[in-house]
Design a binder for this molecule. Sequence first.
Ligand code: IVH
Length: 702
Amino acid sequence: MKSLEKIAIAKLTKQQAAEELSRLAREIARHDDAYYQEDAPTISDAEYDKLRQRNLKIEERFPSLVREDSPSLRVGAAPLEKFEKVKHRRPMLSLDNAFGDDDIVDFLNRVRRFLNLDNDVSVAVTAEPKIDGLSASLRYENGQFVQGATRGDGETGEDITQNLRTIKNIPLSLKTKGWPKTVEVRGEVYMSHDDFLHLNKWQVEQDKAPFANPRNAAAGSLRQLDARITAQRPLHFFAYAWGEVSDLPGDSQMEVLKKFSKWGFSVNPHTVRCVTVEEMISTYKSIESQRADLGYDIDGVVYKIDNLDWQRRLGYVSRSPRWAIAHKFPAEQAQTVLQDIEIQVGRTGTLTPVARLAPITVGGVVVSNATLHNQDEIERKDIRVGDTVIVQRAGDVIPQIVAVVSEKRKTDSQPYEFPDHCPVCGSKAVRSLNPKTVKLDAARRCTGALTCPAQVVEKLKHFVSRNAFDIEGLGAKQVERFYEQGLILQPADIFTLEERNGKDFEDIGEQEGWGETSVKNLFAAIEERRNISLERFIFALGIRHIGETNAGLLARTYGTFEKLYESLIQAQEEDSEARKELMNIDGVGDVVAVSMIEFFGEEHNTQAVDRLLAQVAVQPADMPELDSSVAGKTVVFTGTLERMTRSEAKATAESLGAKVSGSVSKKTDYVVAGPGAGSKLQKAKDLDVTVLTEDEWLDLIK
Ligand code: IVH
């Protein structure tokens, strides 16, 4: 009889096709192994491709015969909408770090003490490279790979089965026999240096952003919703740990690793068993000395207690096992020239200096930017443009400038002057005083809150938020879109949207996600907010440190926006009465006062406020009726309120001159308790504070 592999695909019977697919899966896996694990291919690329083609064609003829471990599945499945969550049956732990030899001695002593071991009992550990990639958990049932997940937060990860399937050195079915019925093999997905450089070159050719380092490249490749993209990325996997196992295949870490290897996994070949501290440290040194030649990033050595019974007894504290520790390598450093300092403005207005460096390789990764943190950091290290600096990269941390090489400083160099104006919008950038430390804030911030392009989207989102203008149908998402389209660039634009609609820009109703009715409703909702309470209005401006409480205080103190506005313009003068008055308001500290003064001292902001005032009518605050029954009293609301919302209850109480507090103390006059009230109610009873139901409270305030 003709051997199966010679029979043309069109002539195969179903039975023969099934047998042939099984043979091909085995044979291709064998070649994958020779190529990826042993680095010693036994057939040519062309022959290999032929096998894969044959496998694919047979599957096309007999789709029902596609095997779980089919090599064709390695090319990736159709894109997903999102990753499903996977709850880990055993948590995926992280490791405690050790930085010096002393920490290793301490680690062993802790283990000895915990296990109460006699001095003559030796403690063996495995030492293996700590791979700088991302961990994954692979679940096998009856020897078949059925599910793979990311670490996530250690408790819950994401289902990336389709992506992991594409990694050539992850077995789709376990080799040999004798594996447990269920086993979760855990390890690290990583990308080699060569592959990383290659991929980045390609990225740049394709006009795409290059990855910062191999770890990011691996992460970006693995977390692709379209696994066909992952399939094109050269990822690898090292197995080093496990999760749920129906039957542990050994008594020591080493034995289990050997089994992993037998089943078809790559286990790091630099793994060594040590029995003394000296051996551990010399292994660490040896691995460190090979670091540059390994061809992939590692950031330390992991020691694990070899005896699995001891591992079980040692267990873990919070997120890390007591039986393992990571001995980190010192951060890698290099020298380069600081070409420029660029100021970036974040969405909250913070000015962050970023160092632009002459590109330099630090630990195998090209670095061209480094964070400079803030003004103080630059001054403390006296970092100047043109300086030669020492750059350090430690693990995932963004590269940092450790120090200036002062011998290499040019004679004409000038100290760096940190800008006092926002490079994006030109507003003043200030450092406020922190009242707690009585020191200047580390961050310098742009004061052009309402108009600075770097911040305005965040400010607009705040402006429309629930406790501010609360415009139905205009949430964070819509604001962001309207901003991007240039339709709403500052708060006042919201109120002219209808007027401009269909004239200055295409009718919003024609846009995706909108229809005639929803646009009509939106305009109606905006109209409804042309009348706004003073308190909400102040809060909506999004001034730093002005939350609802302070907005309320300011509203009740000044009564009308005109009065507040006028005072703040006068308060720009250092010795003005207005400034004194502001600082003297009970409950308004210096921080709040200064922040208000800064905001109103910025012309960009007052212009935006003026434009807004042309659109909306700010209602005067309800002045507290000081003869009300609750004026001057302190009240705490707790439990569920049924006749009003919590914000409403608070606002009403405050308008009557009561102070609303979040916690019960001897000074509390009333606790208004609804269903579900707990510890606050108990405390009120303990302190003999008057407790009212919601109805009784409403009676009291009529
Ligand atoms: S063992 C129970 N071994 O390091 C301990 N982790 O900081 C589980 N890692 O999340 C980890 N190489 O991503 C272990 N040989 C190795 C490792 C390793 C890299 C990573 C892993 C883990 C992180 C902990």
